[in-house]
Design a protein around this ligand. Structure first.
Ligand code: GDP
Length: 367
């Protein structure tokens, strides 16, 4: 049976169905005498790391092990999905080790946003979430922006110690590490692996020039992200690839915006005013009257209101409503993994609808 097959590289059980999962190998490779999982294959032949997701239990084991080391921890978050990609509770596990917080995908935010302001905002949010990073940086691993700065900061703060890079899946951790490899190691075949006791997966070690390593840890899946409720095609639509163009709507009371069929924003009261939507440019925004919104969703989710597509509607969770009153400041209503709506002035009552299981929150405006 399948269960008997193991990767000759890392020893995990081989499977051929889940391309992103642990131990994936293409079905054709099963005919070979020595089977190697896709992750080990890439590592061996291309010096390239690929993220593999872990169960929550294994992830906690890894964090506990990191807590026992004397090291610098680099935590990567996706600036477009800051809260959704946060990794709550990291500070409880990592002991006294300093944490360098890196916000990736800065290329997605409008160019008009000042990096210094974003960094201030990240520091503020980190503090609210119980983390006091040694420093906060912004990068675009995808575009290669500020990688040199990140390498320099890591070099400065690691102080001759090992570096552990952590982050949840999809934050761009592999893209970041692969940039770092090119920066510190060139194209040489230098990557090794090591093992934490009790975990199913090897860590990937990139040797630094003083006998210490930069270690890539597997990513953890954040179950409340929108990404888990849509298929591959729809994920492409909701994941921004380019600079987000803010879309501004002048709304009267009792008007509704649908973000495809994945999110819904009701403006309840507070007088005529503007709202700014930060979503993937490819995601359709449909405006309607609040009183018609329920029926419109019933009738048109999966066709006029998509993603999700028609097939996806069968398993799509029910929508859940969250109401907010904004009393002060400029605030964002965040639809985890989808984007956010900025309420530019206080005094508004709004509601956000998302598929059951997806997180919604109100935060101090990022932009
Ligand atoms: P991992 O799961 O954390 O290892 O993430 P990956 O490195 O596989 O990246 C996840 C997705 O984010 C991929 O589609 C990448 O192309 C994309 N990505 C990574 N870095 C960036 C970035 O700096 N900007 C943008 N726009 N996309 C990025």
């Amino acid at each position: 049976s399948m269960n008997e097959l193991q990767c000759v590289g890392c020893g995990v059980a081989i499977q051929t169905t889940d391309k992103e999962g642990l131990g994936y190998a293409p079905p054709s490779s099963l005919e070979k005498e020595k089977i190697i999982c896709q992750r080990c294959f890439k590592l061996k032949h291309y010096n390239e790391v690929q993220d593999v997701s872990l169960t929550d239990d294994d992830f906690l084991k890894i964090l506990n092990e990191i807590g026992r080391t004397d090291s610098l921890i680099v935590k990567i978050v996706d600036i477009f999905d800051f809260n959704g990609s946060w990794l709550p509770g990291l500070h409880r596990f990592v002991g006294n080790n300093p944490i360098l917080l890196i916000g990736n995908k800065v290329d997605l935010l409008p160019k008009s946003v000042k990096p210094a302001k974003l960094i201030q905002w990240m520091k503020h949010e980190a503090k609210e979430l119980g983390l006091k990073p040694i420093d906060v940086l912004l990068v675009s691993a995808g575009k290669g922006n500020f990688i040199k700065e990140a390498v320099d900061a890591i070099e400065q703060y690691r102080n001759g110690k090992d570096v552990y890079v952590v982050g949840c899946t999809n934050v761009g951790k592999s893209t970041f590490i692969n940039r770092i490899i090119k920066e510190v190691a060139g194209e040489e075949d230098v990557i090794t692996t090591s093992h934490f006791p009790g975990t199913t997966l090897d860590m990937i070690e990139i040797p630094l020039d003083d006998g210490h390593d930069l270690i890539d840890t597997p990513g953890i899946i954040n179950h409340h992200q929108m990404a888990h409720f849509v298929d591959k095609t729809d994920l492409k639509i909701i994941t921004p690839k380019k600079e987000i163009k803010p879309r501004v709507f002048q709304l009267n009371e009792e008007q509704t915006l649908f973000f495809g069929g994945l999110g819904r924003f009701d403006y309840i009261s507070g007088g005529r005013r503007s709202f700014t939507c930060y979503l993937s440019n490819e995601l359709n925004i449909h405006r309607t009257k609040l009183e018609n919104a329920d029926e419109l969703y019933e009738r048109h989710a999966g066709d006029m209101l998509q993603p999700p597509n028609k097939e996806g509607m069968d398993e799509f969770p029910e929508m859940v409503r969250y109401e907010f009153s904004v009393k002060e400041g400029k605030m964002d209503v965040v639809f985890s993994g989808l984007g956010w709506v900025t309420i530019n002035e206080p005094g508004a009552r709004v509601a956000a609808h998302v598929p059951k299981g997806v997180q919604v929150l109100l935060r101090k405006s990022l932009i």
